[in-house]
Design a protein around this ligand. Structure first.
Ligand code: SAM
Ligand code: SF4
Length: 266
C-alpha cells in the first residue's frame, strides 16, 4: 500500500490489550488508566481476519504490542493464528519481559520469530522506581528464556531522558554487548507536546521512511502515533478502515492529545 507521500506501508503494529502488569512513569499514571470496555476489545478472530486483509494489501511485517501483550489471555493462540497466515515474513513482539520466562518457548513454537524487550536500567531499585514495582530479575530471566528459545535477534528497547550517554543507558548497552543483544535507545516522548525523536539503532521516529500503521486493541486503525486520527474497524469494515488510515498518513507526526502509549503500543 502506498500512502500519499509514496511510502510503502508494509508494517502493522497491533496493540492486543491496553492492560499492563507494570506502571512505567513515562507511560501510565500510577492508578492506571480508564481501561477499554471488555466488549470493545477485538477478538482473536477479528484480529487475524484484519491481518489477512492487511497481507492482501501488502503487509508483510507484524508486531504485537500493548499494554503488555503477555497479559492478554491465550496470547500464544493469537500468535499461532497470525503465524499460520501465508505472507507474514516477520512476526515480532514488544514486551516488558516480566512474563517471558513462562511463555518464551510456547511463543516460539507458535511461530513468533523475535522479541523486543524493554529495559531502561540495570539497577534493580531504579527499575522498581521507573516501573512502579517491577522486579528486574524477572526481565533478566525473560531475556535468557528468549535467547534460549531462539526468539532472536533479541532487541532491547531502552528509554533515555536526554541521550544514550546517560549512565543507565551505558550500563544497558554494556549488558547488551556482553549478551549479543541489539540495544535501541528511545528518547522519552510526550505525545501531547509532540516531542518525539528518532530511535537510535532502530527505524521508528523517522517520518520520511515510515512504513507502519497501527491497530489499537479496540479496533482503530491509526496512521501515526503522533496524530489523533483513527478509523474504527467495526464501523467501517477492516479494508476501509485500513485504507483510510494509510491514506491519512501525515507527512510527519505532530501531536496526539488523546492517545496514550499503552493504548497505541509505542
Ligand atoms: N509493555 C510493552 C513494553 O513495555 O515493552 C509493550 C508496550 S510499550 C507502550 C512499547 C514501548 O514504548 C516500550 O519500549 C516503552 O519503553 C515505550 N514507551 C512507553 N512510553 C514511552 C514514552 N513516553 N516515550 C518513549 N517511549 C515510550
Ligand atoms: Fe506497561 Fe510497557 Fe507502558 Fe511500561 S511501557 S507501563 S510495561 S505498556
Amino acid at each position: 500500500m502506498l500512502d500519499p507521500y509514496k511510502r510503502d506501508i508494509n508494517y502493522l503494529r497491533i496493540s492486543v490489550t491496553d492492560r499492563c502488569n507494570l506502571r512505567c512513569r513515562y507511560c501510565m499514571p500510577e492508578e492506571g488508566v480508564q481501561l477499554m470496555p471488555h466488549d470493545a476489545i477485538l477478538s482473536f478472530e477479528e484480529i487475524s481476519t484484519l491481518v489477512k486483509t492487511g497481507i492482501e494489501q501488502g503487509i508483510t511485517k507484524v508486531r504485537l504490542t500493548g499494554g503488555e501483550p503477555l497479559v492478554r489471555k491465550d496470547i500464544v493462540k493469537l500468535v499461532e493464528m497470525i503465524a499460520a497466515l501465508p505472507g507474514i515474513e516477520d512476526l515480532a513482539m514488544t514486551t516488558n519481559g516480566i512474563m517471558l520466562n513462562r511463555y518464551a518457548l510456547e511463543l516460539k513454537k507458535a511461530g513468533l520469530q523475535r522479541v523486543n524487550i524493554s529495559l531502561d536500567t540495570m539497577d534493580s531499585q531504579k527499575f522498581e522506581y521507573i516501573t512502579r514495582g517491577g522486579n528486574i530479575q524477572k526481565v533478566f530471566d525473560g531475556i535468557e528464556a528468549a535467547l534460549k528459545a531462539g526468539l532472536t535477534p533479541v532487541k532491547i528497547n531502552c528509554v533515555v531522558r536526554h541521550s544514550s550517554d546517560e549512565p543507565d543507558a551505558k550500563e544497558v548497552k554494556k549488558f547488551g554487548e556482553a549478551k549479543g543483544l541489539f540495544v535501541r535507545f528511545i528518547h522519552q516522548m510526550n505525545l501531547e507536546d509532540g516531542t518525539f525523536s528518532q530511535i537510535e539503532g532502530g527505524e521508528g521516529g523517522n517520518c520520511a521512511t515510515c512504513n507502519r500503521i497501527r491497530l489499537t486493541a479496540d479496533g482503530f486503525f491509526k496512521p501515526c502515533l503522533f496524530n489523533e486520527t483513527g478509523f474504527q474497524v467495526r464501523e467501517l469494515g477492516g479494508l476501509k478502515a485500513m485504507t483510510k488510515a494509510v491514506n491519512s498518513k501525515p507527512k510527519s507526526g505532530s501531536k496526539n492529545k488523546s492517545g496514550r502509549f499503552n493504548q497505541i503500543g509505542g
